[in-house]
Design a binder for this molecule. Sequence first.
Ligand code: GCU
Length: 430
Amino acid sequence: MQSPFLAGCARVVASALAMAHAASLAATFPEPSALPDQPGLPDPLVLMSGERVKSARDWERRRRPELRALFQHYMYGDLPGRPGRMRFETVAEHDDFLGGAGTLRLVRVTCGASDPTVIDLMVVTPRDARGRVPVFLAMNFCGNHAVSSDPRIPLTRGWLYQSCAGCTDNHATEAGRGGQAMDWPIADILARGHAFATFCSTDIDSDRGDVSDGVRATEARRRGETPTGADRGTIAAWAWGFHRCVDYLVTDKRVDARRIVAVGHSRNGKTALLAGAMDDRIALAIPHQAGCGGTAPSRGTTGESVERINRAFPHWFNARFKSFTNAPARLPFDQHALVALMAPRPVLLSNAEQDTWANPAGQFEVLKAAEPVYRLLGAGGVDATSMPPNGSLVRSRLGYYIRPGKHSMTADDWRVFMDFAEAHLGGRRR
Ligand code: GCU
C-alpha cells in the first residue's frame, strides 16, 4: 500500500499537472465578447471545437478537463493547487463527545510551509463503529464552536458575519457556542453510523468584498499583487478548502476514504458542488439550496440572476464572470455541466418550496440537462420526468428533493441527506 507521504507527493504532482493542462486549454478560450449567444442550456457533450463527445473515454480525456478549465476561466477563477507542504496535527481528542456517542478529534490542517492557510477541522466519529465509516464533510458559516455546544471546541479565530449568534465586532465569543446546533444534528448522524467533519469558511476566506484574507491573499502576496473584490474567486478558494480537508480525511483510519460526502448550504452548497466537480475523491455531493452560481441555471429567469449575484457578491467569482452580467446566454456552459462533472458519482440537489431565490424548478431542469453525461457513463438518468411532490426523494444518482418551507437547513433535511447517501454508498457495516 502507498504511504500517505507518497500519496501526498503524487497528489501535488497531479495537481500541478492538472493546473498546467487547464492553463494550456484556457489559452485557447475566446474573449467573452467573442462567444456566441446560446439561449438554451448548451449541450454538455459538445466540445468547444464543435466536436461531439462520442464515448466515455472522450468525455474523460477531453470534455471533462475542458469543462473544468472553462468553469475556472470564465466563472470561478483558478482553484489553487495542493501546497507542497501540508501538516495535520491532532490538537485534541476526546472520546466522550455527546455523552460517549462519539469521539471528537480537533485537527489543525496547515496548508503551505511559509505564510500558510490554517484550517481548524473538527472530526466526530461514532464510538461503536465497526470498521471505517462514511463521512459527511461540511463547511459552516459561523464557526465549529457554533455547530455544537461542547466547550472543548475552540472558538473560531477569524472574522465572522455579525448575524452569527454571539458575535461581537464580527468575532466569536463564548455566547455563540452551539448557536447553530439546530442545523447540525450530529447525534443523529453518529447514531446512523456516519462520521461528521466540519470547518468554517472564514479559515479560507472571510467572505468580505472589501477585504481579502486567507488563501487568495497568500497567493496575491506571492505574486506581489493585491486581490480585489471584483477578481477574487472566493467560492473556488473555499472549494480548495474542502480539498485540503479531504487531504486529511484520506489519512484518518477511522473514516472510509471512498465514502466522503461534501455538504453545504446555500453559498456553502455552491462550494460543495464545485469541490466535488473538481475532485474525484469526493464520492457524493449535496449542494443544499445552492441556487445561482451553484445549482440553478445562470440563464434562469426565476430568483437570483447573474446580474444580481455579480452586483451583491462580486468577490465570489473572477473578473471575467462580470462580462456575463447582462449576457448569461454567452456562457459556453451552464450549471448542468458542473453537475455533470460529478458523473458518475451521485449528487443531490435539495430545495425548499418557498426558497424561490434559489430557483428549485430551474434546478430540476439543470439536473435533467446533466442526464446525457450520466447515461453516457452508464450511471442512469433522473428517476422522475417532472419535479417530485414535496417530501418525496428522487433517489437516482442524479437526485432531487424539495420540501415545504424556507431557506434553511434542518434535522429533517439531514435525514434526507443520510437516506440518499446510504442508498448510494451503503450505511453502517455489519
Ligand atoms: C444570498 C445570495 C445567495 C446565497 C445566499 C446564502 O441570498 O444571494 O446566492 O446562496 O445568500 O449563502 O445564504
